[in-house]
Write a protein that binds this ligand. Structure first.
Ligand code: SF4
Ligand code: FES
Length: 311
Protein backbone atom coordinates (compact mmCIF):
# COMPACT_ATOMS: atom_id res chain seq x y z
CA UNK A 1 0.00 0.00 0.00
CA UNK A 2 1.10 3.55 -0.72
CA UNK A 3 0.55 6.57 1.47
CA UNK A 4 -0.82 9.24 -0.86
CA UNK A 5 -1.77 12.79 0.03
CA UNK A 6 -4.58 14.32 -2.00
CA UNK A 7 -3.98 18.09 -2.07
CA UNK A 8 -7.41 19.45 -2.87
CA UNK A 9 -8.14 23.04 -3.94
CA UNK A 10 -11.32 23.56 -1.96
CA UNK A 11 -13.97 26.20 -2.46
CA UNK A 12 -17.14 27.19 -0.67
CA UNK A 13 -19.22 29.83 -2.49
CA UNK A 14 -20.76 32.81 -0.79
CA UNK A 15 -24.38 33.40 -1.64
CA UNK A 16 -24.68 36.09 -4.37
CA UNK A 17 -26.35 39.29 -3.21
CA UNK A 18 -29.60 39.76 -5.10
CA UNK A 19 -29.39 42.02 -8.15
CA UNK A 20 -25.58 42.10 -8.17
CA UNK A 21 -23.47 40.54 -10.93
CA UNK A 22 -19.69 40.41 -10.79
CA UNK A 23 -16.91 39.53 -13.16
CA UNK A 24 -17.75 38.12 -16.59
CA UNK A 25 -15.69 37.70 -19.70
CA UNK A 26 -13.59 40.64 -20.94
CA UNK A 27 -14.74 39.60 -24.41
CA UNK A 28 -18.06 40.65 -25.89
CA UNK A 29 -21.06 40.18 -23.69
CA UNK A 30 -23.30 39.71 -26.71
CA UNK A 31 -22.70 36.30 -28.10
CA UNK A 32 -24.56 34.24 -30.66
CA UNK A 33 -24.01 31.35 -28.27
CA UNK A 34 -24.80 33.29 -25.11
CA UNK A 35 -28.16 34.82 -26.00
CA UNK A 36 -28.19 38.54 -25.19
CA UNK A 37 -25.53 38.17 -22.57
CA UNK A 38 -28.01 38.18 -19.72
CA UNK A 39 -27.47 34.48 -19.14
CA UNK A 40 -23.69 34.71 -19.15
CA UNK A 41 -22.02 33.53 -15.99
CA UNK A 42 -19.02 34.84 -14.17
CA UNK A 43 -16.01 32.56 -13.82
CA UNK A 44 -15.08 34.43 -10.65
CA UNK A 45 -17.56 33.15 -8.14
CA UNK A 46 -17.11 34.72 -4.70
CA UNK A 47 -16.33 32.47 -1.80
CA UNK A 48 -13.68 30.96 0.43
CA UNK A 49 -10.77 29.15 -1.20
CA UNK A 50 -8.16 27.06 0.57
CA UNK A 51 -5.96 24.03 0.04
CA UNK A 52 -6.60 20.93 2.14
CA UNK A 53 -4.52 17.77 2.41
CA UNK A 54 -6.01 14.30 2.95
CA UNK A 55 -3.72 11.31 3.34
CA UNK A 56 -5.02 7.86 2.35
CA UNK A 57 -3.57 4.37 1.91
CA UNK A 58 -4.01 3.28 -1.70
CA UNK A 59 -2.89 0.64 -4.19
CA UNK A 60 -1.01 1.89 -7.23
CA UNK A 61 -3.86 0.66 -9.45
CA UNK A 62 -6.59 2.40 -7.46
CA UNK A 63 -8.24 5.29 -9.23
CA UNK A 64 -8.07 8.82 -7.88
CA UNK A 65 -11.87 8.57 -7.54
CA UNK A 66 -11.36 5.55 -5.20
CA UNK A 67 -9.09 7.71 -3.03
CA UNK A 68 -11.62 10.56 -2.90
CA UNK A 69 -14.41 8.15 -1.98
CA UNK A 70 -12.25 6.85 0.90
CA UNK A 71 -11.71 10.43 2.09
CA UNK A 72 -15.41 11.19 1.87
CA UNK A 73 -16.30 7.99 3.76
CA UNK A 74 -13.63 8.07 6.49
CA UNK A 75 -12.33 11.62 6.88
CA UNK A 76 -14.43 14.48 5.53
CA UNK A 77 -18.01 14.05 4.32
CA UNK A 78 -18.09 17.75 3.38
CA UNK A 79 -15.64 17.27 0.48
CA UNK A 80 -17.61 17.79 -2.75
CA UNK A 81 -16.92 16.06 -6.07
CA UNK A 82 -19.12 14.65 -8.83
CA UNK A 83 -19.16 11.21 -10.44
CA UNK A 84 -21.68 8.72 -11.73
CA UNK A 85 -20.68 5.67 -13.79
CA UNK A 86 -17.19 5.18 -12.32
CA UNK A 87 -15.69 3.82 -15.54
CA UNK A 88 -15.22 6.56 -18.12
CA UNK A 89 -18.70 6.50 -19.66
CA UNK A 90 -20.65 9.48 -18.28
CA UNK A 91 -18.06 12.28 -18.28
CA UNK A 92 -19.35 13.83 -15.05
CA UNK A 93 -16.10 13.67 -13.06
CA UNK A 94 -13.69 15.81 -15.09
CA UNK A 95 -11.27 17.76 -12.87
CA UNK A 96 -7.69 19.03 -13.07
CA UNK A 97 -5.22 16.45 -11.73
CA UNK A 98 -1.76 17.92 -11.25
CA UNK A 99 -3.04 20.75 -13.46
CA UNK A 100 -4.13 18.46 -16.32
CA UNK A 101 -7.84 18.12 -17.16
CA UNK A 102 -8.86 14.44 -16.99
CA UNK A 103 -11.43 12.07 -15.46
CA UNK A 104 -11.16 11.04 -11.80
CA UNK A 105 -12.41 7.50 -12.43
CA UNK A 106 -9.88 6.56 -15.12
CA UNK A 107 -6.88 8.29 -13.49
CA UNK A 108 -4.71 5.74 -11.67
CA UNK A 109 -2.64 6.54 -8.61
CA UNK A 110 0.42 5.06 -10.33
CA UNK A 111 0.11 7.58 -13.20
CA UNK A 112 -0.46 10.72 -11.15
CA UNK A 113 1.20 10.35 -7.72
CA UNK A 114 4.41 12.38 -7.40
CA UNK A 115 6.94 12.61 -4.57
CA UNK A 116 6.06 15.67 -2.52
CA UNK A 117 9.29 17.52 -3.22
CA UNK A 118 10.24 20.57 -5.31
CA UNK A 119 12.37 18.31 -7.54
CA UNK A 120 9.16 16.86 -9.02
CA UNK A 121 7.15 20.09 -9.07
CA UNK A 122 5.95 21.51 -12.34
CA UNK A 123 8.03 24.67 -12.02
CA UNK A 124 6.34 26.90 -14.55
CA UNK A 125 2.93 26.19 -13.09
CA UNK A 126 1.47 25.13 -16.44
CA UNK A 127 0.10 21.70 -17.14
CA UNK A 128 2.39 19.53 -19.24
CA UNK A 129 1.01 19.03 -22.75
CA UNK A 130 1.85 16.36 -25.27
CA UNK A 131 1.67 13.47 -22.86
CA UNK A 132 -0.65 10.63 -23.80
CA UNK A 133 -3.41 9.76 -21.36
CA UNK A 134 -2.39 7.22 -18.68
CA UNK A 135 1.12 7.15 -20.11
CA UNK A 136 3.33 4.87 -18.07
CA UNK A 137 6.26 6.61 -19.71
CA UNK A 138 5.21 9.88 -18.04
CA UNK A 139 4.43 8.28 -14.68
CA UNK A 140 6.99 8.21 -11.89
CA UNK A 141 8.30 4.68 -11.20
CA UNK A 142 6.78 4.33 -7.74
CA UNK A 143 8.58 1.01 -7.11
CA UNK A 144 11.95 2.74 -7.47
CA UNK A 145 11.17 5.19 -4.66
CA UNK A 146 11.95 4.54 -0.98
CA UNK A 147 8.84 2.98 0.65
CA UNK A 148 8.31 5.94 2.97
CA UNK A 149 8.52 8.60 0.21
CA UNK A 150 5.58 10.98 0.68
CA UNK A 151 3.44 11.06 -2.46
CA UNK A 152 1.02 13.77 -3.48
CA UNK A 153 -1.71 14.22 -6.10
CA UNK A 154 -3.02 17.76 -6.65
CA UNK A 155 -6.71 18.15 -7.43
CA UNK A 156 -8.70 21.18 -8.53
CA UNK A 157 -11.97 21.83 -10.31
CA UNK A 158 -11.97 21.73 -14.11
CA UNK A 159 -10.42 24.95 -15.45
CA UNK A 160 -12.33 27.22 -17.83
CA UNK A 161 -15.58 26.93 -15.86
CA UNK A 162 -16.90 28.62 -12.73
CA UNK A 163 -16.41 26.44 -9.66
CA UNK A 164 -19.58 25.52 -7.82
CA UNK A 165 -17.96 23.87 -4.82
CA UNK A 166 -14.60 22.10 -4.24
CA UNK A 167 -14.04 19.86 -7.30
CA UNK A 168 -17.42 20.53 -8.94
CA UNK A 169 -17.31 22.84 -11.94
CA UNK A 170 -20.41 24.48 -13.38
CA UNK A 171 -20.52 22.95 -16.88
CA UNK A 172 -23.91 24.48 -17.75
CA UNK A 173 -22.31 27.00 -20.18
CA UNK A 174 -20.90 24.06 -22.20
CA UNK A 175 -24.22 22.19 -22.13
CA UNK A 176 -26.06 25.37 -23.28
CA UNK A 177 -23.67 25.72 -26.22
CA UNK A 178 -24.07 22.07 -27.17
CA UNK A 179 -27.86 22.48 -27.09
CA UNK A 180 -27.73 25.61 -29.28
CA UNK A 181 -25.85 23.70 -31.97
CA UNK A 182 -28.67 21.11 -32.08
CA UNK A 183 -26.95 17.85 -31.09
CA UNK A 184 -29.54 15.62 -32.73
CA UNK A 185 -30.22 14.22 -36.16
CA UNK A 186 -32.41 16.26 -38.48
CA UNK A 187 -33.11 13.35 -40.79
CA UNK A 188 -33.53 13.77 -44.54
CA UNK A 189 -36.18 11.14 -44.76
CA UNK A 190 -39.66 11.35 -43.37
CA UNK A 191 -40.17 8.72 -40.72
CA UNK A 192 -41.75 6.08 -42.95
CA UNK A 193 -43.98 3.32 -41.76
CA UNK A 194 -44.63 -0.03 -43.33
CA UNK A 195 -48.04 -1.24 -44.47
CA UNK A 196 -48.40 -2.80 -41.00
CA UNK A 197 -47.82 0.58 -39.36
CA UNK A 198 -44.30 -0.26 -38.07
CA UNK A 199 -41.35 2.14 -38.43
CA UNK A 200 -39.48 1.29 -41.60
CA UNK A 201 -35.93 1.11 -40.26
CA UNK A 202 -34.53 0.61 -43.77
CA UNK A 203 -35.12 4.33 -44.40
CA UNK A 204 -32.06 5.01 -42.22
CA UNK A 205 -29.63 2.49 -43.65
CA UNK A 206 -26.06 3.76 -44.13
CA UNK A 207 -23.02 2.38 -45.83
CA UNK A 208 -20.25 1.44 -43.34
CA UNK A 209 -18.02 4.12 -44.91
CA UNK A 210 -20.64 6.76 -44.08
CA UNK A 211 -20.89 5.49 -40.51
CA UNK A 212 -17.10 5.58 -40.15
CA UNK A 213 -17.08 9.35 -40.86
CA UNK A 214 -18.81 10.17 -37.56
CA UNK A 215 -18.74 7.02 -35.43
CA UNK A 216 -15.80 8.07 -33.24
CA UNK A 217 -17.30 11.55 -32.76
CA UNK A 218 -20.54 10.02 -31.52
CA UNK A 219 -18.55 8.61 -28.57
CA UNK A 220 -18.11 12.11 -27.10
CA UNK A 221 -19.39 12.08 -23.51
CA UNK A 222 -19.43 15.90 -23.07
CA UNK A 223 -16.96 15.64 -20.21
CA UNK A 224 -15.46 19.10 -20.87
CA UNK A 225 -11.84 17.89 -20.70
CA UNK A 226 -11.14 19.46 -24.11
CA UNK A 227 -12.69 22.74 -22.97
CA UNK A 228 -10.64 22.71 -19.77
CA UNK A 229 -7.49 22.24 -21.88
CA UNK A 230 -8.35 24.98 -24.40
CA UNK A 231 -6.58 28.31 -23.76
CA UNK A 232 -9.23 30.19 -25.78
CA UNK A 233 -12.32 28.74 -24.11
CA UNK A 234 -13.02 30.60 -20.88
CA UNK A 235 -16.61 30.11 -19.93
CA UNK A 236 -17.72 30.20 -23.51
CA UNK A 237 -18.49 33.87 -24.20
CA UNK A 238 -15.60 34.29 -26.63
CA UNK A 239 -15.68 30.80 -28.14
CA UNK A 240 -18.40 28.19 -28.43
CA UNK A 241 -15.76 25.65 -27.40
CA UNK A 242 -14.42 22.36 -28.68
CA UNK A 243 -17.06 20.09 -27.11
CA UNK A 244 -19.97 21.88 -28.82
CA UNK A 245 -18.04 21.94 -32.09
CA UNK A 246 -17.37 18.21 -31.84
CA UNK A 247 -21.11 17.60 -31.38
CA UNK A 248 -21.82 19.77 -34.42
CA UNK A 249 -19.08 18.01 -36.44
CA UNK A 250 -20.65 14.65 -35.60
CA UNK A 251 -23.83 15.67 -37.46
CA UNK A 252 -22.01 17.56 -40.22
CA UNK A 253 -20.39 14.21 -41.06
CA UNK A 254 -23.64 12.24 -40.95
CA UNK A 255 -24.99 11.51 -44.44
CA UNK A 256 -28.56 11.27 -43.08
CA UNK A 257 -28.60 14.82 -41.70
CA UNK A 258 -30.53 17.48 -43.61
CA UNK A 259 -29.28 20.51 -41.67
CA UNK A 260 -25.75 20.68 -43.10
CA UNK A 261 -25.95 24.33 -44.23
CA UNK A 262 -27.77 25.49 -41.11
CA UNK A 263 -25.11 23.86 -38.93
CA UNK A 264 -22.34 25.63 -40.84
CA UNK A 265 -24.19 28.95 -40.61
CA UNK A 266 -24.49 28.50 -36.84
CA UNK A 267 -20.69 28.32 -36.63
CA UNK A 268 -20.03 31.43 -38.77
CA UNK A 269 -20.20 34.04 -35.99
CA UNK A 270 -17.11 35.51 -34.29
CA UNK A 271 -17.54 33.08 -31.40
CA UNK A 272 -17.82 30.10 -33.74
CA UNK A 273 -15.12 28.35 -35.71
CA UNK A 274 -13.26 31.65 -36.33
CA UNK A 275 -12.41 31.86 -32.61
CA UNK A 276 -10.51 28.57 -32.66
CA UNK A 277 -6.76 29.27 -32.71
CA UNK A 278 -5.82 25.64 -33.56
CA UNK A 279 -3.66 25.30 -30.45
CA UNK A 280 -4.77 21.64 -30.33
CA UNK A 281 -4.37 21.28 -26.58
CA UNK A 282 -7.94 19.91 -26.78
CA UNK A 283 -6.64 16.74 -28.45
CA UNK A 284 -4.23 15.80 -25.67
CA UNK A 285 -6.51 14.26 -23.08
CA UNK A 286 -9.83 13.38 -24.67
CA UNK A 287 -10.85 10.20 -22.78
CA UNK A 288 -12.56 8.88 -25.91
CA UNK A 289 -9.46 9.21 -28.08
CA UNK A 290 -10.98 11.85 -30.37
CA UNK A 291 -8.38 14.01 -32.11
CA UNK A 292 -10.43 17.08 -31.23
CA UNK A 293 -8.09 19.64 -32.81
CA UNK A 294 -7.99 17.80 -36.14
CA UNK A 295 -11.79 17.38 -36.21
CA UNK A 296 -12.22 21.08 -35.46
CA UNK A 297 -9.82 21.92 -38.26
CA UNK A 298 -11.90 19.85 -40.71
CA UNK A 299 -15.04 21.68 -39.59
CA UNK A 300 -13.34 25.10 -39.83
CA UNK A 301 -12.50 24.33 -43.46
CA UNK A 302 -16.14 23.42 -44.17
CA UNK A 303 -17.34 26.66 -42.55
CA UNK A 304 -14.76 28.74 -44.48
CA UNK A 305 -15.82 27.10 -47.78
CA UNK A 306 -19.48 27.87 -47.03
CA UNK A 307 -18.59 31.49 -46.17
CA UNK A 308 -16.68 31.85 -49.46
CA UNK A 309 -19.72 30.63 -51.38
CA UNK A 310 -21.89 33.27 -49.72
CA UNK A 311 -19.58 36.12 -50.78
S1 SF4 B 1 -14.42 15.66 -27.35
FE1 SF4 B 1 -13.47 14.27 -25.84
S2 SF4 B 1 -12.66 15.66 -24.24
FE2 SF4 B 1 -14.14 16.86 -25.46
S3 SF4 B 1 -16.11 16.68 -24.35
FE3 SF4 B 1 -16.06 15.02 -25.92
S4 SF4 B 1 -15.20 13.22 -24.85
FE4 SF4 B 1 -14.73 15.02 -23.56
S1 FES C 1 -17.62 8.70 -13.27
FE1 FES C 1 -18.49 8.53 -15.29
S2 FES C 1 -16.79 9.08 -16.55
FE2 FES C 1 -15.90 9.05 -14.57
Amino acid sequence: MLSVTLRVARFTPKPERPGRRRGGSPFGSKSPFGGDGSESRSNRVRGKRWSQDYTVLAHADDSVLDCLLAVKRDQDPSLAFRYSCGHGMCGSDAVAINGTPTLLCTAKVRDWARPDSPEYANEDGFRPTGEPLDSSEHAIDLDALAPDTPLVIELAALPGFPTRRDLIADIDPMLDQIRRLKPYLEAKNELKTTAEGKVNVFEYLQHPDELARYELLSNCIACGVCEGSCPVYAGGEAFVGPAAMIMSSRFLNDSRDAAFQARLTALMGPDGSAACQSVRACSMHCPKGIDVGEELWQTIQKVDAAKAQLQ
